[in-house]
Design a protein around this ligand. Structure first.
Ligand SMILES: O=C(O)CCC(=O)C(=O)O
Ligand SMILES: [Fe+2]
Length: 341
């Protein structure tokens, strides 16, 4: 496990699915709730291509993007100020724009919902989306398998413990999983309302995966370890160890997985606040995110593991009636967008 100066997060090489990798991942997920993974299958070229696509999309006229507004399914274009991730702490919505693609089928990489025709009218653009979506799903499943091994999920007659999550994340069943492009325009203004680019929040799902680019830093976590806001740096690709491959990918645990494990895996608060250097250059930030969720009907009963069982009265161990993954997500989305339930 590598550590670099100024990086509060572990970098875990996930090339092999084995006990020692699982333990490293588990340690990071139960402490900071955030980490980096290397040894993934995204090449530098693929990552550059998807960032280029996202940039070109956001450069399209506002009148075009707003023809696909985000709705109650969390799918579509979220305009500047349209999303307030921290409704208690901030009055205005975040100064960012986003495109969410939901209701994904991971065999095809396609959404069952309409996406902007700028993507669908060009097979090359569509292929960038579908390839990235499928690879994100595969990476999230690998991470969930490693977490299952780390949690020592018990085997049952039907299923091996390490496959416990996979059976609840079937590729063709409906889930809350979301693929997202984000754009935070550069602005030199130091108005405190404008400096926070994405309000403090925790993610809703199970595992979040995030690409970011050099010189566009801004992600910060409220570390459960040091109880302070700490910056998540950009970590460059280790091209000696992984020739041609992209940089380590940011991974974090969301509320649903924390709930499912009685709070053992940490869903850490984070926000986007540009560092002085980025603020001064007026540089934009783009990020590409994948939120992995179990199938809608998955029942959030505590995961069958001795360590989880030993934690009484928290998360899924507290509630006597199990809720579904869909019920869990709907309650969180209602708060973020001000939707009535
Ligand atoms: O852009 C980022 O780095 C953070 C995005 C994020 O936290 C989110 O969309 O939930
Ligand atoms: Fe987030």
């Amino acid at each position: 496990m590598a550590e670099i100066d100024g990086n509060p997060l572990k970098i875990v090489d996930i090339t092999s699915v084995d006990k020692s990798t699982a333990e490293e991942l588990y340690d990071a997920a139960t402490s900071q709730g955030f980490l980096f993974v290397e040894g993934h299958e995204f090449s530098q070229e693929e990552i550059d291509t998807v960032f280029q696509l996202s940039k070109e999309f956001f450069e399209l006229p506002h009148s075009y993007k707003s023809k696909y507004p985000i709705g109650s399914m969390n799918h579509g274009y979220a305009d500047f100020g349209g999303e307030n991730l921290d409704p208690k702490g901030q009055k205005k919505g975040d100064p960012k724009e986003a495109l969410n693609i939901c209701l994904l089928n991971f065999l095809t990489g396609l959404s069952s919902q309409e996406i902007p025709d700028w993507f669908t009218e060009d097979p090359k653009r569509l292929a960038i989306i579908t390839t990235t979506v499928k690879k994100f799903y595969a990476l999230s499943m690998k991470i969930l398998k490693l977490l299952a091994i780390g949690l020592k999920i018990e085997d049952s007659n039907e299923i091996k413990g390490e496959d416990w999550f996979s059976s609840r994340y079937e590729a063709t069943k409906v889930s809350g999983s979301t693929f997202r492009f984000l754009h935070y325009p550069g602005q030199k203004s130091l108005n405190p309302e404008a400096v926070i680019r994405a309000g403090a929040h925790t993610d809703y799902g199970s595992v979040t995966l995030l690409f970011q680019q050099e010189n566009q830093e801004g992600l910060e976590i409220y570390s459960p370890v040091s109880k302070q806001w700490v910056a998540v740096p950009f970590v460059a690709a280790n091209t000696e160890k992984f020739p041609g491959m992209g940089p380590p990918i940011v991974v974090n645990i969301g509320d649903l997985l924390s709930y499912w494990t009685a709070g053992l895996l940490k869903s850490t608060i984070h926000r986007v606040k540009f560092p002085a250097k980025v603020q001064a250059t007026g540089q934009d930030r783009y990020s590409i995110v994948f939120f992995s969720h179990p199938n809608d009907e998955a029942l959030l009963e505590a995961v069958p593991s001795e360590v989880v069982r030993s934690i009484k009265g928290r998360g899924a161990n507290k509630d006597t009636v199990a809720i579904t993954a869909k019920e869990h997500l709907d309650s969180r989305l209602a708060a973020t967008y001000g939707w009535k339930k």
